[in-house]
Design a protein around this ligand. Sequence first.
Ligand code: CA
Length: 228
Amino acid sequence: MARILIIEDEPAMQLGLKDNLEFENYQVDVASEGETGLQKIKTGQHDLILLDVMLPKMSGFDICKAARAAGVKTPIILLTARGEEIDKVLGLELGADDYVTKPFSVRELLARVKAMLRRNSGTADIPHSNLVSIGRLQLDFKAFLAIDGAQEVKLSHKEFELLSFLHENRNKVVSRYDILEKVWGYEEQITTRTVDNFIARLRQKVEVNVDQPKVILTVHGSGYKMVV
Ligand code: CA
């Protein structure tokens, strides 16, 4: 499970962040001022750092700069104050990876945290993840995440929708027209040929041997069938 370090001096903010992250099953460590925060960063034990900018003893910017100068590569999300546009630019120049502006919603912050951890690890280190196996891939449809082994595989939104639709109807034959209607909707000017092209692309990502599909089967004269 991912370990997150919060460096924040406002007690209510620190506690709120800690509670919410722990609720999402992250391991949380905290520091209330800059020097302790930097010492903790340098241990290299964290997967992500939430770093307030205005801190006693050492500012978030100085911490960022010092951490990067010391070779620490842990992703940092800065917590900046509203209206301080310069903070964002400066923070990113000093080596932060992202920022959120106070006041932020918990939901927004959690989304950033998940995205950052995913980007950094390339694996499914996501709490409450709901992985399904389809051929070579492990998928989390809600998180739009696809993994092959330890590598994240890039799928387009439509590719996710198509896989999701086939998976909902797994072990049943679905016609090209069903797919068109459910995945694209009638209003879009596309043809069954588009469906075939998407299926071909998905097979490249899903099948062990593309020439002999075992997961997304063609049912001649009828359509396609996902076998899982
Ligand atoms: Ca502060």
